[in-house]
Design a protein around this ligand. Structure first.
Ligand SMILES: [Zn+2]
Ligand SMILES: [Zn+2]
Length: 114
C-alpha cells in the first residue's frame, strides 16, 4: 500500500462504472475476494472499499477502513471510516453490537465533502 502510485489509480468516474449507487449503500459489481470484499484488479490490486476511500477521501496510510454500514461490498465513502489499529477497529464493531440507544451514537458518518 505504501508504494501505491497515483498514476495506477482509476478515475472516480471509471471506478463508479463498476458501482451501483442506491440511496444508502453503493454496491461494487466487480470481483469478490475470499473474505467477501470487492476487489479491484485494474492497474492496482486493492479492495474496492479501500480504493473508494483513496479516491474520495484521501490517503489511507496503514489504516484499516471500517464500514459503518457493515456491508462488505459497499463502497459509499460516507460509510467508510479509517481506524488506526485492529484494536480500534474491533472496538467499533463491539460498540455497535452493545449500542442500546442510551449512549451517543458513535458510528455517525461525516457528510461527504468531496
Ligand atoms: Zn454502505
Ligand atoms: Zn469494520
Amino acid at each position: 500500500m505504501r508504494t501505491l502510485l497515483n498514476s495506477a489509480l482509476p478515475t472516480k468516474e471509471y471506478f463508479l462504472d463498476y458501482v451501483e449507487e442506491t440511496s444508502y449503500c453503493w454496491y461494487f459489481h466487480g470481483s469478490k475476494n475470499s473474505d467477501g470484499y470487492g476487489i479491484w484488479k485494474e492497474g492496482i490490486q486493492i479492495t474496492a472499499h479501500r480504493l473508494s476511500y483513496l479516491l474520495f477521501k484521501g490517503p489511507i496510510e496503514n489504516k484499516i477502513i471500517h464500514h459503518t454500514c457493515e456491508c462488505k461490498m459497499c463502497v459509499n465513502p460516507d460509510h467508510l471510516e479509517a481506524t488506526d489499529s485492529p484494536q480500534a477497529h474491533g472496538k467499533l464493531h463491539k460498540q455497535k453490537r452493545v449500542q442500546d440507544g442510551k449512549q451517543t451514537p458513535i458510528l455517525i458518518s461525516r457528510p461527504f465533502n468531496g
